[in-house]
Design a protein around this ligand. Structure first.
Ligand code: AMP
Ligand code: TRP
Length: 335
């Protein structure tokens, strides 16, 4: 009897810093949800990465954020029966492999990372963790023989780096790691800020009208959308529209499943207020079930613990065998 081919392996993660917003949902989590059955999926709450965020020096708050994020994964439809969900710090192989890879990664590669450059420029006291951040991310990915990494487009450079780190290691020590590829959405790979549609919607940006957070109240969602920056015209054709209108159409398109052409035609000749009003309903239709499911998970912390314990157990099994392979190939240990 022939064996079923191995499903291709998916790994991705989000930092438990700030609050999950609709950009994270559209760019990352909806992609995860869509491939739950076709792929072997592993989704991580990357709390070691969150230590690079200066506000996360509060242990109680970080722990609470990690639980919140794991519950939100599930509330967004990441079914723990069909995916492995766990906390990065509970599988020590991540930190161990990160050290080994730190030693094989040229410093110049890390200095080229745009996220490092922008975060370092915005921060006076930059920890070395911020520079090594993409090496830890490479360790996350490579530890699971990952084939595909579904992310928003701001992470593409990091996934390409992980691939280069894997290639270099394989070249130095022989075939060890699978070379991963990124996967980004065609529409919605970069959702922009509602208040400033030329900048990415981001967890760290402040301002009440910037983002729609997944746990925002309906009132806040409405306020943010109705106030979103557009322009003085009434151009709905996607390619001709201003960045703010394109952003609203993109969110509408991804959440409703309707094409941008159908959406643009519907509002042609009308004001942006009509588009915004309907978008409030479209976003609410996505967020209401997430809020309800999230409340269910937070009401049952024991269930959340059960999921995360089982997830860490499974992740440890896979990660340990790849870590041992890498250590053995690099000559670490006695055998
Ligand atoms: P972060 O908020 O940086 O922890 O990102 C978590 C995931 O969401 C990553 O896959 C990002 O690429 C994705 N992401 C973050 N912001 C956006 C955005 N504005 N639009 C689309 N995807 C995003
Ligand atoms: N750097 C990613 C972000 O900020 C989070 C992350 C850490 C990640 N490890 C990962 C994403 C591994 C994909 C795969 O969004």
């Amino acid at each position: 009897m022939s064996q079923a081919p191995r499903k291709s392996r998916v790994f991705s993660g989000v930092q438990p810093s700030g609050s999950l917003h609709i950009g994270n949902y559209v760019g990352a989590l909806t992609q995860w949800r869509d491939i739950l059955d076709s792929h072997d999926c592993i989704f991580c709450v990357v709390d070691l990465h969150a230590l690079t965020v200066p506000e996360n020096v509060d242990p109680k708050a970080l722990r609470a954020k990690s639980r919140e994020l794991a519950a939100l994964y599930m509330a967004c439809g990441i079914d723990p029966e069909r995916a492995t969900i766990f906390l990065q710090s509970e599988v020590t192989a991540h930190a161990e492999l990160a050290w080994v890879l730190t030693c094989t990664t040229p410093l110049s590669w890390l200095h080229k990372m745009t996220q490092f450059k922008s975060k370092a420029a915005a921060n006076e006291a930059v920890g070395s963790g911020l520079l090594c951040y993409p090496v830890l991310q490479a360790a996350d990915i490579l530890l699971y023989d990952t084939d595909v990494v579904p992310v928003g487009d701001d992470q593409v450079q990091h996934i390409e780096l992980a691939r280069n780190i894997a290639s270099r290691f394989n070249h130095l020590f022989g075939e060890t790691f699978v070379l991963p590829k990124h996967k980004v959405r065609q529409a919605g790979a970069r959702i922009m800020g509602l208040d400033e549609p030329t900048a990415k919607m981001s967890k760290s940006a402040s301002g009440t009208g910037h983002a729609i957070y997944l746990l925002d109240s309906p009132k806040r969602v409405k306020k943010a959308i109705m106030r979103a920056k557009t322009d003085l015209g009434c151009e709905f054709r996607f390619d001709e529209a201003s960045p703010g209108v394109r952003n609203l159409i993109t969110i509408y398109e991804v959440l409703s499943g309707e094409s941008r052409e159908v959406i643009s035609e519907r509002y042609e000749g009308r004001g942006y207020g009509y588009l915004k009003k309907d978008l409030v309903d479209v976003v609410e239709a996505s967020l209401a079930p997430i809020r309800a499911a999230y409340a269910g998970y937070t009401d049952d912390p024991a269930e959340l613990d059960r999921v995360l314990d089982a997830g860490a157990d499974r992740a440890r099994g896979v990660a340990q065998s790849v870590l041992s392979r890498a250590m053995r190939n690099a000559g670490l240990g006695r055998r």
